[in-house]
Design a protein around this ligand. Structure first.
Ligand code: PBG
Length: 322
């Protein structure tokens, strides 16, 4: 037989020689949740092995992550002082600001990416400032600028706006440049679907909208060409990295976008995807590590350069046989 694909599969050596995709820790970003207080490491029930850390405990966690070879985080802040406009998110002494300063003091090279949004900081749980029961897009941009600047001044290395507001990347680029932060990149949640896969995350940060839903600003899961529009707008506005979220059910979107762009593409392996694998593994129905690796590979194969995943720490431990 002239064509026999099996020839390239019959030993480990040849298989790894022809492998097309692999996951390294350089591609993975590990989300962390930080809370007020001291000596706290609260398990998140709906996300096994994930915790809310007070800043002192977070520093221990980061020390462990660095020893495992993990070099970046996507940081989410959780505060009890919520109000209408999410003031804590742009307060010099807000939770993210305090945490970022402490992390940078101890671990200057650990790369901090901060999520820019309002849902964790507003009493109504929406991703912006509400006027007449709706998010006022353009007014929210003014507050988003304050939030971005304040994060970067406190040590954030890269900001990741997740609110799906029109004009958010341009607004942030403007304020960063005006303040000489020319070199701080923006990773935009460009394509964020109104997804039910975020359920466990909303438990983790207590950010469920108190009225309505997010369909007015997040994308309809039925659409795919609209994703290309969102990405091209964000690139024009100055995004350095674009993101697709969720990932697992949206691999076609990742693939389509990757074919069209020439900047790095990130995808977010979200909380519901993580917790489904954990739950099935707990029941003994699947092999967690193998399913996890296959899942992460599928993101790569589809075209993600970067993967944000709660599995990062498990994956790093597995690499070291811990
Ligand atoms: C918004 C934000 C959300 C997630 C990341 N940033 C929640 C939302 O849009 O409702 C979800 C992440 C996940 O499910 O893992 N700040």
């Amino acid at each position: 037989m002239i064509k026999r694909p099996l020839r390239l599969r019959n030993s480990n050596v040849i298989r790894s020689m022809v492998t097309e995709n692999s996951i390294t820790l350089n591609d993975l970003i590990y989300p962390l949740f930080v809370i007020e207080g001291q000596n706290k490491k609260n398990p998140i029930n709906s996300m096994p092995n994930m915790y809310q850390f007070s800043i002192d405990k977070l520093l221990f966690e980061i020390d462990e992550l660095i020893n495992l070879g993990i070099n970046s985080t996507l940081l989410f802040g959780i505060t009890e002082s919520k109000d209408k406009i999410g003031s804590n998110s742009f307060d010099k002494n807000g939770i993210i600001q305090k945490a970022s300063r402490e992390i940078k003091k101890r671990f200057p090279d650990f790369y901090i990416i901060t999520d820019l949004c309002f849902c964790e900081y507003t009493d109504h749980g929406h991703c912006g400032i509400i006027k007449n029961n709706e998010i006022d897009n353009d007014l929210t941009l003014q507050y988003l600028k304050k939030q971005a600047l304040s994060h970067v001044q406190s040590g954030s290395d890269l900001v990741a706006p997740s609110g799906m507001l029109d004009g958010m990347v341009r607004a942030i680029r403007e304020v960063l440049d005006e303040n000489q932060y020319y070199n701080t990149p923006i990773m935009s949640y460009s394509v964020k679907y109104a997804s039910s896969f975020y359920g466990p995350f909303r438990d983790a940060v207590d950010s469920s909208p108190k009225f309505g839903d997010r369909k007015n600003y997040q994308m309809d899961p039925a659409n795919s060409y609209e994703a290309l529009k969102e990405v091209s707008i964000d690139i024009d506005e100055g995004a350095d990295i674009v993101m697709v979220k969720p990932g697992m059910s949206y691999l076609d979107i990742i693939y389509k976008i990757k074919k069209k762009i020439n900047i790095p593409l990130a995808s977010y392996n979200v909380s519901g995807e993580y917790s489904m694998v954990k739950a099935a593994a707990e029941k003994g129905w699947i092999n967690e590590n193998l399913v996890r690796n296959e899942l992460l590979l599928s993101f790569k194969r589809a075209g993600s350069d970067i993967i944000i995943s709660y599995f990062t720490k498990d994956y790093a431990k597995d690499l070291k046989n811990i």
